[in-house]
Design a protein around this ligand. Structure first.
Ligand SMILES: [Zn+2]
Length: 91
């Protein structure tokens, strides 16, 4: 599932419930950076970008704009723009 992190806390990939997630693209929550979506890192209050897994990136490209996040405590609606993160393209 997607993960919300600010520009200082880019996820390099994470393991959750035995599954490895790689985050290669992010979408911006509506209104970013004046957004209600806040970085999930403890003690960080930066505006979050929403990092997507590969299946979620494909969902975004076919029009999905509402994504669940790992804790399932909230959902975030994003804009049409999809930004690729170049340095993780070798993964
Ligand atoms: Zn942060």
């Amino acid at each position: 599932m997607a993960i919300a992190r600010c520009d200082k806390h880019t996820p390099s990939g994470t393991r959750h419930a035995g599954i490895k997630y790689a985050y290669k693209a992010f979408a911006l929550p509506l209104g970013y950076p004046e957004t209600a979506a806040i970085c999930g890192r403890e003690d960080c209050e930066g505006p979050a970008r929403l990092w997507l897994t590969e299946p979620e990136r494909a969902d975004h490209q076919r029009g999905v704009r509402i994504f669940g996040i790992r804790t399932r405590s909230a959902k975030i609606r994003v804009s049409d723009e999809l930004i690729s993160n170049g340095f993780e393209d070798t993964m």
